[in-house]
Design a binder for this molecule. Structure first.
Ligand code: NAD
Ligand code: UD1
Length: 332
C-alpha cells in the first residue's frame, strides 16, 4: 500500500514514515520544508534501508498537489502538514488560517477527484480547551483558546461536514496529547528552530548547555507539586497509532475520533527529575510566573483507542527522556 504523508519530514511525520516503511508500506511525502530539513529524508532512508518518494511542494498549490496524485497511486493519506506554534499563531492568525485550512481543503478536494478515500488527520488535545474533568474522553465538548487551536477545531468541523456529504470517505481524527521523545537511532527527533516553546525541547537544550536554565511556568497549580501536569507520549508510540488508525479505516467506519495519549499525567517537576536521571543532573531550573493560557492538568482517556484500534502506548517516561537526550547529543 502506498501512503501519502503530508508534512512527512516533520517531527511526527518522520517517525511515522519509519514505522510505515518497517511495516512494509510504501511512502510518498509532500513537504514544503517550512519547518523541516531535507536531510530528514536521508535519515529515514538510512534507518529503514528503504526509499521514499519526496515532493517539495506546498499543499496550498493545488496543481502541484494534483501532480503527486497523477504520478502515484495513493491508497491513503496521513495529513500532518501544518503550522503548530501557539504563540506565533496569536501574532500571525491569518498565516495560520491560510496555511492550515487551505492546505486541508486542497488535499480533500484532490483526494475526492482521485478517488482516495481514507484520511488520517493530526488533531490535538488543544481542541478540548479547558476540560471540566480528567481524564478527557473523545465525547467531551470542544473549544479553542488561540488561532492554532481554532485551525484544528475548524478542520475537524470541515472534515465532519465533508464526510457527511461524501459518506464513502473514512476519516480518523487523531487528537494527540503531548508528543515527546525521539527515534532510538538518535537520527530523528524534535529540533525546533529558535528558542523552544515546549517543555521537552527546552529541557533538552538546557541539558547540553545550549540554554542556561529552564523556567518552570507556575508552581502554584492545583497539582501534587504545584507544577502543570500533562500526558506526555513517546513519538514512536504515537507513530504506531497512525498505523492502527489506517487499519481501522479499511473497515469503512466513516469518521472516527481517537485520543492518542497514555492516560498518565506527569508534572513538570516529574519530567525534569526523570530527565536529570538520564543526563546526570544537568537540567537546572527556576520557578517563574504561570504562562498565560496554560491549564493545570490535562490527560487523556486512551481507552477508546485501545478498544477499537488495539493500540496503546508502551514506552516509559525513562524511554522518553533517554531518547530525547540521545538525539540532542547527536544533533549539536
Ligand atoms: P512539524 O512542524 O515538525 O511538521 C509539520 C510539517 O509540515 C513540517 O515538516 C512542515 O515543513 C510541513 N508543512 C507545513 N505547512 C505545509 C504546507 N503548506 N505544505 C507542505 N508542507 C507543510 O510538526 P509536528 O510536531 O510533526 O506535527 C505534525 C502535526 O501534528 C501538525 O499538524 C501539528 O499541528 C499536529 N500536532 C502536533 C503536536 C506536537 O506537540 N508536536 C501536538 C498535537 C498536534
Ligand atoms: C502545547 C501547546 C498545545 C498543544 C500541545 C501538544 C502551547 C501553549 N500549547 O501544550 O496547543 O496541543 O503542546 O503538544 O504551546 N513549561 C514550562 N517551561 C517551559 C515550557 C513549558 O514550565 O519552558 C510547562 C508548561 O507550563 C506546561 C508543560 O510544561 O505545564 C508542558 O508545556 P508544553 O510542552 O508547552 O505543552 P502544552 O502547554 O501542554
Amino acid at each position: 500500500m502506498n501512503i501519502l504523508l503530508t508534512g512527512g519530514l516533520g517531527y511526527i511525520g518522520s517517525h511515522t514514515a519509519v514505522e510505515l516503511l518497517d511495516a512494509g508500506f510504501d511512502v510518498v511525502v509532500v513537504d514544503n520544508l517550512s519547518n523541516s530539513d531535507i536531510k530528514v529524508k536521508d535519515k529515514i532512508e538510512k534507518i529503514t534501508n528503504k526509499k521514499i518518494k519526496f515532493y517539495e511542494y506546498d499543499l496550498r498549490d493545488l496543481e502541484k498537489l494534483k501532480l503527486v496524485f497523477n504520478e502515484n497511486k495513493i491508497d491513503a493519506v496521513i495529513h500532518f502538514a501544518g503550522l503548530k506554534a501557539v504563540g506565533e499563531s496569536v501574532e500571525k492568525p491569518l498565516e495560520y488560517y491560510e496555511n492550515n485550512l487551505f492546505s486541508t481543503i486542497n488535499l480533500i478536494k484532490v483526494m475526492k477527484e482521485y478517488g482516495v478515500k481514507n484520511l488520517v488527520f493530526s488533531s490535538s488535545a488543544t481542541v478540548y480547551g479547558r476540560a471540566k474533568s480528567m481524564p478527557i474522553y473523545e465525547d467531551f465538548p470542544t473549544s479553542a483558546t488561540n488561532p492554532y487551536g481554532r485551525t484544528k477545531l475548524f478542520i475537524e468541523e470541515i472534515l465532519k461536514d465533508f464526510e457527511l456529504a461524501n459518506p464513502e470517505f473514512n476519516i480518523a481524527l487523531l487528537r494527540y496529547f503531548n508528543p515527546v521523545g525521539a527515534h532510538k537511532s538518535g537520527l530523528l527527533g524534535e529540533d525546533p528552530k529558535g528558542i523552544p516553546n515546549n517543555l521537552m525541547p527546552y529541557i533538552a537544550r538546557v541539558s547540553v548547555g545550549k540554554l542556561k536554565e529552564l523556567s518552570i511556568f507556575g508552581n502554584d497549580y492545583n497539582t501534587k507539586d504545584g507544577t502543570g501536569v500533562r500526558d506526555y507520549i513517546h513519538v514512536v508510540d504515537l507513530a504506531q497509532g497512525h498505523l492502527a488508525a489506517l487499519r481501522k479505516l479499511e473497515q469503512n467506519p466513516g469518521l472516527v475520533i481517537y485520543n492518542l495519549g497514555t492516560g498518565v499525567g506527569y508534572s513538570v517537576l516529574d519530567m525534569v527529575n526523570a530527565y536529570n536521571k538520564c543526563c546526570g543532573g544537568k537540567v537546572k531550573y527556576k520557578f517563574a510566573p504561570r504562562r498565560p493560557g496554560d491549564i493545570d492538568v490535562c490527560y487523556a482517556s486512551p481507552e477508546k483507542a485501545y478498544k477499537e484500534l488495539g493500540w496503546k502506548a508502551t514506552h516509559s517516561l525513562e524511554d522518553m527522556c533517554e531518547s530525547t537526550y540521545n538525539f540532542q547529543k547527536n544533533n549539536q
